[in-house]
Design a protein around this ligand. Structure first.
Ligand code: SAH
Ligand code: SF4
Length: 416
């Protein structure tokens, strides 16, 4: 049996989104941030304000602990750092969080934050969305890597928005810091033995680079942020619990394996180049055969470290049994899991989601061929937090669009 989920019970059509506004007075702080630097850069930042060379290693370690184990956002909370040094640091740098413009909580527990980063370093202020998805025994944070996207996948709402800019490593890792803070997911204190980094009971156990943007078109910043997230003297997320999703930027898939070493998800969505060229236009540059070769070559690939293939179910487009058969043939020899994603509609989109029966038949076929083929339940659809629905504040839905979308979603649910 495939691990399917009953959409009827988990949909949230009559959900009430709870909105909360939380002001963060520190957001206007335009000093350079210490968040998102690797240890060497942090050391250089300390040197730059006159900290003696012989102290740099120790001070870097101290700061790293406060920033990433204890998750403080104010220098004054760094209790074992002298008052003078705290004052010196806050005179030159900031460690403030972004402003929370909007926080919405879905009836299914999914949370979506709209965050505003001040124009620090990288130019313009930006607004981005981050989504937290609680599930039994785990919690996943879906992180954005860009504002908008240069790619134009035809079924993706983000793809209709021009790239505004790449996020900095600060902006990427701050999404995790902010979510942990809002969820009360940082330890309150240290023990005499040192940091408390509980391996159990954490609210955020996994992160996925599946928010807005193509992470491999922002490789350096994503790399830096993910190495901070997985640093075991800091945020300590296992690399097996970090998944990077890409539409298929082949050269950077090799680099991801070599330089970051996180789990890989591929947005496949079609089994023939002709159709994939249309749905995921980067396929024209890196066609399916090249993409799958990069997957076969991914370091550490094994049954325990399978590649996830994402496959959006588009009615009458890519959902036939023949497609399922070709999919199985194509992935032969690659340890893989196939996530079937019911298409999430958005106003103006040219596709419909496949019928439930179709999705189930497709899933059963793939599953019988030996691949796990879970059907991804749309989460947080009442707050537009599902895959492909994220957009920045500058392009948020007008009320009429929102109503049209709600009507589409309710009509869609009637069929399932
Ligand atoms: N740019 C990256 C990561 C972000 S998208 C990528 O393309 O992989 C995360 C996943 O959501 C991708 O698999 C994407 O194809 C899928 N997606 C985008 N729009 C969607 C929609 N409207 N319905 C369902 N899935 C969608
Ligand atoms: Fe960009 Fe991914 Fe959307 Fe394609 S699916 S437009 S790569 S965010």
């Amino acid at each position: 049996m495939p691990a399917t989920i009953d959409l009827k019970n988990t949909q949230t059509r009559d959900a009430l989104a709870i909105r909360a506004k939380a002001a963060n007075p520190q957001h206007s702080d335009l000093k350079p941030t210490l968040i998102g630097m690797d240890r060497e850069e942090l050391g250089d930042a300390l040197k730059a304000v006159g900290i003696a060379e012989r102290q740099i290693r120790m001070r870097t370690q101290q700061l790293w602990h406060w920033l990433y184990v204890r998750g403080v956002s104010n220098f004054d909370e760094m209790l074992n750092v002298s008052k003078d040094l705290r004052a010196l640091l806050s005179q030159h740098y900031t460690i403030a969080r972004p402003e929370i413009v909007d926080e919405q909580i879905s009836s299914d527990g999914t949370r979506k934050w709209l965050l505003r980063f001040p124009p620090r370093g990288a130019g313009n202020p930006v607004e981005i969305e981050t989504v937290y998805i609680p599930e039994d025994g785990r919690g996943t944070l879906c992180i954005s890597s860009q504002v908008g996207c240069t790619l134009t996948c035809t079924f993706c709402h983000t793809g209709t928005q021009k790239l505004v800019r790449n996020l900095t490593s600060e902006e990427i890792i701050s999404q995790l810091l902010l979510a942990r803070e809002r969820l009360g997911d940082f330890p309150e204190k240290d023990t005499p033995q040192g940091a408390i980094v509980p391996s159990e009971g954490r609210k955020i156990t996994n992160i996925v680079m599946m928010g807005m943007g193509e992470p491999l078109y922002n490789f350096e910043n994503v790399k830096k942020a993910l190495l901070i997230a997985s640093d075991n003297e800091g945020l300590s997320l296992s690399k097996r619990r970090i998944t990077l999703s890409t539409s298929g930027v082949v050269p950077e898939i090799y680099r991801t394996g070599e330089e970051i070493g996180v789990m890989l998800a591929i947005s496949l969505h079609a089994v023939r180049d002709e159709l994939r060229d249309e749905l995921v236009p980067i396929n024209r540059k890196y066609p399916i055969a090249q993409l799958l070769q990069a997957c076969r070559d991914y370091p550490g690939l094994s049954n325990a470290r399978r590649i996830t293939f994402e496959y959006v179910m588009l009615k009458g487009v890519n959902d036939s049994l023949e497609d399922a058969r070709d999919l199985v043939r194509l992935l032969k020899g690659i340890p893989a899991k196939i996530n079937l994603i019911p298409f999430n509609p958005w106003p103006g989109s040219r596709y419909e989601c496949s019928d439930w029966e179709h999705i189930k038949t497709f899933a059963d076929f793939v599953n019988h061929a030996g691949y796990a083929s879970p059907i991804r339940t749309p989460r947080g659809s009442d707050i537009l937090a599902a895959c492909g629905q994220l957009k920045s504040e500058s392009e948020r839905l007008r009320k009429t669009e929102r109503l049209a979308l709600e009507a589409m979603m309710i009509a869609g649910h009637g069929e399932t």
